[in-house]
Structures are given as structure tokens and as C-alpha cells.
Design a protein around this ligand. Structure first.
Ligand SMILES: C[S@@+](CC[C@H](N)C(=O)[O-])C[C@H]1O[C@@H](n2cnc3c(N)ncnc32)[C@H](O)[C@@H]1O
Length: 260
């Protein structure tokens, strides 16, 4: 996700204009073409999930993409192993977008799926990935902060460009990371992506807030509920490469801690 901002006035999650989030403008700016950053993120996440499930082919797996918005590739990353993937988002237009994609996703997403298929686990998926996406995904209009009431409900999870992109509040950033991780079962693999030092972003003409976090803060927030030894954090891309007002993208791959 990626459009710049002139400034970042203080704004909580409940105050941001989610009803004006335009998925068409969002996809057009961010996902019309596969950029190098997405290639790198996909290769990191593909290896993390692929390697884990080759070693631990446990079934069934329930996945969740938190703040799915108008991005299908986090769900693609979980597709080979899941019987069910919840696509959770609070913005009505994003929910409608995701429901339309269930009926046969747009061609723009084919290039993203093809990148996953360089790993045998994805390439071996039987049938049309559009049918599989439709069968497996469940779109839910909801608030990620309410996940605190649904602990240990999913065994695989993704959350891309959400915790730092939902308000200017550091407290909400921490809460969002916590709600995501606690919604996963102990030992569950996860992948999360962040815009580092984001100053906020536009979707079409509408400005959305962001929280200014760096790699150390992202790491600290995740480490509270993840296995520290197996947490891997990657810096992807250059400052301001896809828009003004951020320094890089950060990808965190790990496993939900056992025992907290
Ligand atoms: C910057 S977009 C990221 C979308 C997508 N995950 C991606 O990778 O491009 C942030 C998303 O978080 C969603 N969001 C914001 N606050 C939320 C909340 N409290 N609960 C669930 N989703 C939320 C927005 O509707 C939006 O889809």
C-alpha cells in the first residue's frame, strides 16, 4: 500500500473516514502492476509458509487476513493449506470489493498468484485458483480490535499494512499487533507487513492516518506474543520509492508464542 501525505494530524482509528476508502483507487495505485517490493515480500512469505508446512503438514488450517482491504495476495499466501480463510475488514467498500472478488477475482491478481506458483506447494494446487479462493474465503465486516474476544481462533495469519496504517496512535498500533497475534493459536505461523515511518496516505482524494513506527518498535510489539528466536524481520525497498512519506517496508515472519 503506498500513497503519500502532506501531514499527519492526530487521528484515532474510529475517527478516520473508512466509509470513504475507495478500493478501485487503492488497487489502481498499489497493485495495478507487481512492483519489486511486492515481489520481495511474496518471496519472503512464500518461503516462510512453504517451508513450515513442508515440515509440518498439519491439517486442517484456518487462516485469517486482518485488514484485508483491497489486496488479495496475503490470502493467496495461505491458500494451499487452508480450508477456511477469514478476510476481515472494517470498511464497507472493501468488504464489497472482496465479495465481488469471490465471484471470480480480477485479472490484475493473476500476476501475484503466478509469483506464488514458483513454489511447488502453490503450483500443486488442484484446479482453478479462482474456484479455490471462492471456496475457502469468508469475508467479514468487522473491527480487528474486537478480535481480543476471539483468542486462539486461527492457526495461520497475515496482516499487511494495517497496524501502522489505521491511526496515528502508538497505543492503537500496539493493540492491533496484539489483537492479531492473540487471535492465533500457539505456534501458528504468521506474516505481517508494515510501512516504516509512515506519515499517512491518500486513497484517491481521501487522507488516512498512519502511526510513525520504526523497525525496533515493530519488533518490540511483535516479540511480546511471538517466539523471539524464530522471528525474522526484513527491510524491503528504498525510502519514498512508491510514495512520499515513509522509509521502507518491513516484513515480519514468525510463530505465535506458546504460553502467553
Ligand atoms: C492501508 S490498508 C491495507 C490493506 C491491505 N491489507 C493491503 O495489504 O494493501 C488498511 C486496511 O485496514 C483496514 N482497517 C482499518 N482499521 C481497521 C479495523 N479497526 N479493523 C479492521 N480493519 C481495519 C482498512 O479498511 C484498510 O483496508
Amino acid at each position: 500500500m503506498h500513497l503519500g501525505s502532506p501531514g499527519n494530524l492526530s487521528q484515532l482509528n474510529a475517527e478516520a473516514p473508512w466509509e470513504d476508502f475507495n478500493p478501485t483507487a487503492y488497487v489502481d495505485h498499489n497493485y495495478r502492476k507487481v512492483i519489486q517490493e511486492d515481489r520481495e515480500i511474496i518471496s519472503i512469505v512464500r518461503a516462510h509458509f512453504g517451508d513450515h508446512f513442508r515440515a509440518h503438514p498439519n491439517r486442517p488450517v484456518r487462516g485469517i487476513d486482518v485488514g484485508a482491504g483491497a489486496n488479495l495476495y496475503p490470502a493467496f499466501s495461505m491458500l494451499p493449506w487452508c480450508d477456511e480463510i477469514t478476510l476481515l475488514d472494517r470498511a464497507e467498500q472493501n468488504v464489497e470489493y472482496l465479495e465481488r472478488q469471490q465471484g471470480g477475482y480480477d485479472q490484475v491478481w493473476d500476476a501475484f498468484w503466478d509469483l506464488f506458483c514458483t513454489d511447488e506447494a502453490y503450483a500443486a494446487l488442484q484446479g482453478d485458483p479462482r474456484d479455490r479462493f471462492k471456496e475457502v474465503t469468508e469475508v467479514e465486516n468487522g473491527d480487528l480490535f474486537a478480535l481480543s474476544g476471539r483468542r486462539e481462533n486461527w492457526s495461520l495469519g497475515t496482516m499487511f499494512f494495517v497496524a501502522e496504517s489505521l491511526s496515528t496512535s502508538h497505543e492503537e498500533f500496539w493493540q492491533a499487533v496484539e489483537c492479531f497475534l492473540l487471535a492465533l493459536t500457539p505456534g501458528a505461523p504468521f506474516a505481517a507487513a508494515f510501512m516504516e515511518h509512515s506519515e499517512g496516505y491518500f486513497v484517491g482524494d481521501t487522507h488516512f492516518p498512519a502511526c510513525d513506527v520504526g523497525e525496533p518498535e515493530i519488533r518490540s510489539a511483535i516479540e511480546v506474543h511471538a517466539e523471539r528466536q524464530r522471528l525474522k524481520i526484513f527491510t524491503v525497498g528504498q525510502p519514498n520509492a512508491v510514495r512520499d512519506g515513509y522509509t521502507s517496508m518491513i516484513v515480519a515472519c514468525g510463530f505465535r508464542a506458546r504460553g502467553n
